[in-house]
Design a protein around this ligand. Structure first.
Ligand code: DGL
Length: 275
């Protein structure tokens, strides 16, 4: 897709976590408008089956397309890992998930060709990151960190309990033959919020790859909007229009979303997706 005018990008996630991906997109691609769908009534996806996640996600991406999305970003690592193919098959527009960009960034950052990936139970059990990285000649240690999502949602991003949990998870992840892995992939929407804590806890030699940032980079490439001076001056100066859809409480989405997005979340509409 060539961005000859201001594009409308649809961003899908199981809840508010994908706002970390939207945040990265806004930084890298301000000359676009965004529709964000958070399936807050049905989260977490990280403990659900592939069939259920595919069913939920395809309903949401149809909704985004019907509301004008011209490109879809699957911000949810779990949905990308479990259901990228069915989502793409159900879409009329291009779809970018978070796994491939995260794996590509990790592969180019790793000198040892050895990477640790952390994510939800479902993402890790799917081995989607492992497959993507092994295809690039990189060996992988995967580690599910299911306690991080509730801790981050609780707001405990700099809490001693979270730090203790991180020490346990990362010491298991970087044990034995993975002790010399030199890249840590944050394979979950929530983890960018605890990146400073993970930086302190991870071995010093390790580079942290944030799949949210890698995905924003991939979207920019896809839109071919680098360099931005290719765009019309007035379009470039206009602020991005943001519209949010949530399947659970609008108020809760606004409150929690503000923390994940790093700016206030205003235009939220409640959506009831029929089963
Ligand atoms: N968005 C999910 C992910 O990135 C985390 C939250 C959930 O389990 O729904 O894997």
């Amino acid at each position: 897709m060539t961005a000859s005018r201001r594009p409308t990008i649809g961003v899908f996630d199981s809840g508010v976590g994908g706002l970390t991906v939207l945040r990265a997109l806004l930084e890298r691609i301000p000359a676009a408008d965004y529709l964000y769908f958070g399936d807050t009534a049905r989260l977490p996806y990280g403990s659900k089956s592939a069939a259920t996640v595919a069913h939920y996600a395809t309903g949401a991406v149809h909704y985004l397309q019907d509301h004008g999305a011209e490109l879809l970003v699957i911000a949810c690592n779990t949905a990308t890992a479990l259901a990228f193919d069915p989502i793409r098959a159900a879409s009329r527009v291009d779809v970018i998930g978070v796994v491939e960009p995260g794996a590509a960034a990790a592969a180019s950052a790793s000198r040892k060709r050895k990477v640790v990936v952390i994510g939800t139970d479902a993402t890790i059990s799917s081995h989607a990151y492992q497959r993507a990285l092994e295809a690039k000649g990189v060996s992988v240690r995967e580690k599910a960190c299911p306690l991080f999502v509730p801790l981050v949602e609780e707001g405990w991003v700099e809490h001693s309990v979270t730090e203790q949990v991180a020490r346990i998870y990362l010491s298991e992840a970087f044990s034995q033959d993975a002790s010399d892995a030199d890249v840590l992939v944050l394979g979950c929407t929530h983890y960018p919020l605890i990146k400073p804590l993970l930086r302190r806890v991870a071995p010093d030699h390790v580079i942290i790859v944030d799949s949210a940032e890698s995905t924003a980079h991939a979207v920019a490439e896809q839109l071919r909007i680098e360099p931005l001076h290719l765009r019309d001056e007035s379009e470039r100066r206009a602020l991005p229009r943001l519209k949010f859809f949530a399947t659970d409480s609008v108020e809760k989405f606004k409150k929690m979303g503000t923390r994940f997005l790093g700016r206030s979340v205003e235009d939220v509409v409640h959506v009831d997706l029929k089963e």
